[in-house]
Design a protein around this ligand. Structure first.
Ligand SMILES: Cc1cc2nc3c(=O)[nH]c(=O)nc-3n(C[C@H](O)[C@H](O)[C@H](O)COP(=O)(O)O)c2cc1C
Length: 235
């Protein structure tokens, strides 16, 4: 089966998405598409290597990034014309969900969503903002300012392979989430798996509800259900 899996810039449900994508890549041909934000967020949560490994699994697999594209996204037409059996967007940010439900197509992934209907390729979307109210989510590595003693030299800074640490801050654009800093800080000031509570706004939950009404789109609420749903749709 040929699967196009698009990843947007959400940290929430990212771990689950990578896990399911890895499982599907064991016996399917996969094209991964990343939004500009996804490229950064994947790095921040330490999943860039997982993506590279999936691509290397099969010579037909490929990675397409929004950054490589032009403003009119001609590639989205090509991608959605008889080339794939199914298209998946997971995780889907509040931003991309809002754009899809309002028929806005100004990124590679929102263009693929718009074009999938025209090419009659089924589209599964897993939105991250599902229900109004609180959720718990993991944030990328950060330095606990109360624990940081601003050592000179800073062992965590010295251990960082990408020069991302300028105590007491981590440059999130440079950080690759390798967690070497956590092992070297003598004051345990680096936190790499902190969970925080976030509030899902009513407008974002409403947009998710609207997704269910759009033709050609199947809205799923659990990433783990994707393989079962693919079987149900394609038979
Ligand atoms: C570390 C990090 C985690 C993020 N997690 C989420 C998230 O879980 N859900 C969300 O809607 N946006 C999240 N964002 C914000 C999006 O990346 C941002 O809105 C971006 O513009 C989305 O673009 P895209 O929809 O084209 O991928 C996160 C940003 C960062 C830096």
């Amino acid at each position: 089966m040929k699967i196009l899996w698009a990843i947007t810039g959400a940290g929430h449900l990212l771990k689950e998405s990578i896990k399911t994508l890895e499982k599907l890549s064991e016996n399917n041909q996969i094209t991964i598409v990343t939004s500009k934000a996804a490229k950064e967020v994947l790095k921040l949560y330490g999943y860039t290597k997982n993506i590279e490994e999936i691509i290397e699994k099969n010579k037909e697999n490929q990675l397409i990034t929004d950054k490589q594209q032009q403003y009119s996204y001609p590639l989205s037409g090509k991608l959605t014309h008889n080339k794939y059996d199914i298209i998946i967007i997971s995780p889907t940010t509040a931003n991309t969900t809002a754009k899809i439900v309002h028929a806005i197509a100004d990124t590679l992934i929102t263009n693929i969503a718009a074009q999938s209907g025209k090419g009659e390729i089924p589209l599964i979307v897993v939105p991250v903002d599902q229900k109004q109210g609180h959720i718990t989510t993991t944030i990328p590595p950060y330095i606990d300012k109360e624990k940081c003693k601003k050592c000179t030299p800073c062992p965590a800074q010295r251990s960082c392979p990408t020069n991302a640490i300028i105590p007491p801050e981590i440059n999130t654009i440079k950080c690759i989430s390798c967690k070497k800093c956590k092992e070297t800080c003598p004051y345990h000031a680096i936190n790499t798996d902190k969970q925080i509570k976030l509030y899902i706004r009513q407008i974002d939950a409403q947009n998710t509800k609207k997704l269910e009404t759009i033709e050609n789109i199947t809205t799923l609420y659990k990433v783990e259900d994707i393989p079962k749903e693919i079987k149900r749709i394609l038979g």
